[in-house]
Ligand binder design. Structure first.
Ligand SMILES: [Zn+2]
Length: 84
């Protein structure tokens, strides 16, 4: 049986609406890729942090976190060639 967490707090109506608004303002993939600086795709903050980069032959994944809105996402890198 699942125990209910005592300190669980329901979002307020205002928080819920704000959350929905944030979701609607998500950048498009193209906008995100074109941006020169590493930024949060949700709130466009530059205060972001990346964890280690996981490479899987032709693709690399990096879990990212925004220090301002606390959202997480994964940056996806693709192999485009080699140089020597
Ligand atoms: Zn953010």
């Amino acid at each position: 049986m699942k125990k209910k967490i005592k300190n669980e707090k329901l979002m307020t109506q205002a928080e819920y609406i704000k959350h929905r608004e944030l979701n609607e303002k998500l950048m498009t993939q193209a906008e995100y890729i074109k941006h020169r600086e590493l930024i949060c795709p949700f709130c466009k903050s530059e205060n972001v942090s990346g964890s280690y980069i996981e490479v899987d032959r032709t693709e690399a994944l990096q879990d990212m976190t925004c220090m301002d809105c606390n959202r997480d996402w994964t940056d996806i890198y693709k192999l485009v060639g080699f140089e020597y």
